[in-house]
Design a protein around this ligand. Structure first.
Ligand code: ZN
Length: 167
């Protein structure tokens, strides 16, 4: 049986976050220099850490981390938690990218074609920007893809890489 939009939202916080971001008209631009897409970053951070960090841990991080909760600014052990959980959600997308996209368009009853891929690029860039210095390009790519068990997402990373090289 085909999954419904509700099924996808419940099983994957990335799908849910995208829906929330659209409804609330949050900025989703990776490189936004005006707001830094901070509303979306805060929401994603909450999703990724809700079973792993206590409120008191977060209060402490808020106090000590500039640009809280931008993943790349977090201490390494917190980054690891966020990235592990983002990758876990990315791995749930199994030959379903088109179907999730279709569900979005049906649900929003929208004339605009929503681009869930664009949102996934935001997540991929968030992981990329958080990776440590001193790796070669290929090492970074391998580390990025590591523990993401989804051909859809690997293809998306390859597309992004091609785009980067051709511009
Ligand atoms: Zn912005």
């Amino acid at each position: 049986m085909l999954k419904t939009f509700e099924d996808y939202r419940k099983e994957n916080y990335l799908v849910n976050s995208y829906q929330v971001a659209i409804n609330k008209k949050w900025c989703m631009q990776t490189t936004c220099s005006t707001c830094g897409a901070m509303r979306l970053r805060e929401f994603l951070f909450e999703c990724a850490t809700k079973n792993e960090l206590k409120e008191t841990d977060k209060d402490e991080l808020k106090r000590t981390t500039p640009f809280y909760p931008r993943t790349s600014n977090m201490p390494k052990e917190i980054q690891d938690i966020v990235i592990k959980n983002h990758k876990n959600e990315l791995s749930k997308i199994k030959n379903e990218l088109e179907d999730i996209q279709r569900c979005f368009n049906d649900d929003m009853n929208s004339v605009l074609i929503r681009d869930f891929k664009m949102f996934l690029r935001f997540i991929i860039m968030d992981i990329w920007d958080s990776m440590r210095n001193g790796l070669t390009w290929n090492q970074k790519l391998a580390e990025l893809k590591m523990n993401i068990d989804s051909k859809d997402v690997h293809d998306l990373v390859d597309e992004m890489e091609e785009h980067y090289y051709n511009h």
